[in-house]
Design a protein around this ligand. Structure first.
Ligand code: PRX
Length: 633
């Protein structure tokens, strides 16, 4: 697979990919190893939707991640693991070693009753066993469902039940910065309300002695001792599921986004290579957690498909101090560094001295993902980290897209602060007006949609294809709708504005407002609530909750603490509202619809232009909410 090395070359390749997508993708797919060649490159329609890539082809993605590299890169480093505490020893695996680890773990799964097609939930900290567990599932054709280890027992149990998982892989506990968290205890609590799980495999990380349920729970290290070091890779159809990953939408429960073996592989590998312009001897580091899509595609799958050396980091950017990222970059000589704007903003707040203490000479490409990067953060990243010599790739994509859709390609594309830029080859984004008409010209703004399938697009929502159709394919006929609004400048570069639905993006993590409201409403003192996002200096958006309580006599601070506690129990600490305002009522239209527009304005602190409030059932309530909001500032 050749790298695109100039903007002219990019333009030619993109043009070719639009004129003949099937030929384009077949050529890329043929650079991977398949057990059996496909019959059809693509069958599709976006109404139902029904999208199939490389039908008839069979493969196992782990043979492409590992076995394929053994002859030429067996002794090359595949994975470097940097622990939370810099004083602890790091771990390094060559391709040969990683292959053996994955095979052995795959045998542990088999020995514990796992079969092709089973769903296996992985709820683990960022330790090497997490990456190995993901690949071990893929090796035997089981579908992994990784749940970020910051979610609560309740959220975990919902996800286990939704996918009917029969095995959970976890750890005794985890280290995050100065904290130690009992992970296994969360699993135990979750399993009180799950009846499909018959085995829990526990990796040792912190050295605690968790409660081990006889007949159900086993230690990974004991199981590994009994497991063979070779495991044949299961033959999978291109369209067989590879994994499920839950993400939030504007309504209802989180959705299990399903990706398939063949198409996901082709796109993960291709996009990694082009965006990061990876060279054979480079060291690449993505700071995400494997619990999110960024970690799936750009810590595990994309880099290893390319035979790259990928760094996996257990810790946080500010532990033991705000120079940690840069210390690790220098320690390993990292060439490509991929992080989120929220981390950049948090580090900016600690001052530039932490960056200036390190050389950062090895860096070649910097990446950003998860949320719009504001110009100030972009400039700081560019000047202080990239020393104005490293291109920044601002990568726009989603859990649903499987891989990066709009982004610069290393230094082969022009860059502009806060602009994601141009679509990758094979990607056909469009801007639509509110009636669903494509806006052809440049210098415009619209709803961001995609008009042709790409190999790593979601195929369905696990167990609810109808919801998949309704969420992504029914707003605008014949298009995949992203839920984002975007601008296209005079030169055709895209700038993502943000969500146009009721999804809030907090530190690059998605939450549905309805999901947080449902959590808040479970507190028995709460009558109803409305959640909106507001601009937050570090997190991008913060969560602002307006809550109507039955017990108005209670101490407000205690009430608020209880509400936060409920959200932490229902979803996890990551969804904690920053601001809670107890209000006498919510602004509603006569038909009972909450006027979120008004609540958003008040949360933003912009109360001068609330628009027409005369259609409200009780216009006075707006004044009361405005007064209360001032007290929160
Ligand atoms: O609103 C967009 C924002 O994150 C959403 C997708 O979130 P998730 O599925 O959790 O995946 C995040 C990591 C790929 C998008 O709908 N988003 C993601 N990347 C960017 C972005 N917004 C602006 N610029 C980006 N580079």
């Amino acid at each position: 697979m050749e790298k695109i090395e100039s903007f002219e070359q990019y333009q030619q390749i993109h043009k070719k990919s639009v004129e003949n997508p099937e030929e384009f993708w077949a050529e890329i797919a043929s650079t991977y190893s398949w057990k059996k060649q496909w019959d059809n490159v693509l069958d599709w329609e976006f109404d139902t939707p029904d999208v199939k890539w490389f039908q008839g082809g069979t493969l196992n993605i782990t043979e492409n991640l590992l076995d394929r590299h053994l002859a030429s890169r067996g002794n090359k480093l595949a994975l470097i693991w940097e622990p939370n505490d810099p004083k602890e020893k790091f771990v390094r695996y060559t391709y040969k070693e990683l292959h053996e680890k994955v095979c052995q773990f795959a045998n542990v799964l088999k020995n514990n009753g796992a079969k092709k097609g089973d769903r296996i939930c992985i709820y683990m900290p960022m330790i090497p066993d997490l990456a190995i567990a993901v690949m071990a599932c893929a090796r035997i054709g089981a579908v992994h469902s990784v749940v970020f280890a910051g979610f609560s027992a309740h959220a975990l149990s919902d996800r286990i039940n939704d996918a009917a998982c029969n095995i959970v892989i976890t750890s005794d506990g985890l280290f995050r910065g100065a904290k130690e968290i009992p992970v296994k205890r969360v699993v135990d609590e979750a399993l009180n309300t799950c009846d499909t799980v018959d085995k829990v495999i526990v990796a040792e990380r912190v050295g605690w002695m968790p409660n081990m349920v006889e007949g159900r729970d086993v230690w990974l290290h004991d199981e590994l001792e009994k497991a063979d070091k070779y495991c044949e890779a299961e033959e999978m159809n291109a369209e067989d599921p590879l994994f499920i990953l839950y993400t939030s939408g504007s309504t209802g429960k989180p959705k299990g986004i399903m990706h398939t073996c063949g198409g996901y592989m082709v796109y993960a590998g291709y996009s990694f290579k082009q965006v990061f312009q990876y060279d054979e001897s480079d060291i690449y580091w993505c700071t995400a957690d494997i619990g999110w899509i960024t970690g799936h595609t750009y810590i595990v799958y994309g880099p290893l498909l390319n035979g790259a050396t990928t760094v996996m980091f257990e810790g946080v950017p500010t532990f033991p101090d705000a120079g940690r990222f840069w210390q690790v970059v220098d320690k390993y000589g990292v060439n490509q560094f991929y992080t989120a704007p929220t981390a950049i903003r948090a580090l900016m707040a600690h001052g530039v001295d932490h960056v200036l203490s390190y050389s950062l000479d090895s860096l070649k490409v910097l990446g950003s993902v998860g949320e719009p990067i504001n110009e100030e953060a972009w400039n700081w990243y560019h000047i202080h980290v990239g020393k104005e010599r490293c291109p920044i790739v601002d990568t726009w994509w989603q859990t649903e897209t499987g891989g990066i859709m709009i982004s610069g390609l290393g230094s082969s594309s022009p860059m502009k602060p806060a602009h994601a830029g141009y679509p990758l080859p094979g990607i056909q984004p469009v801007l639509l007006d509110k009636d669903g008409n494509e806006i052809e010209e440049n210098g415009v703004e619209g709803y961001l949609a995609v008009k042709h399938p790409w190999p790593s697009m979601l195929r369905t929502i696990w167990g609810d294809h109808n919801r998949c159709q309704k969420t992504y394919f029914s707003h605008y006929n014949g298009y995949y709708f992203t839920g984002d609004g975007a601008k296209r400048d005079e030169n055709g570069m895209y700038r993502i504005i943000g969500r146009v639905d009721d999804v809030i993006n907090v530190s690059g993590h998605r939450f549905g407002t309805a999901e947080i409201e449902n959590a808040i409403n479970r507190n028995e003192k709460v009558v109803e609530s409305a959640v909106v996002g507001y601009p937050h200096e570090i997190k991008g958006q913060g969560i602002y909750a307006y809550v109507v309580c039955s017990d108005v006599e209670s101490d407000e601070e205690i009430l608020k603490a209880e509400i936060i506690e409920t959200v932490v129990e229902e979803i996890g600490k990551i969804a904690k509202p920053e601001k809670i305002q107890i209000v006498p009522n919510l602004p509603k239209t006569r038909s009972g619809k909450i006027m979120r527009r008004i609540l958003r304005k008040i949360a933003e602190g912009d109360t001068s232009s609330l628009g027409d409030t005369s259609t409200l059932l009780d216009p006075d309530v707006v004044e009361k909410i405005k007064e209360g909001a001032k007290l929160l500032e």
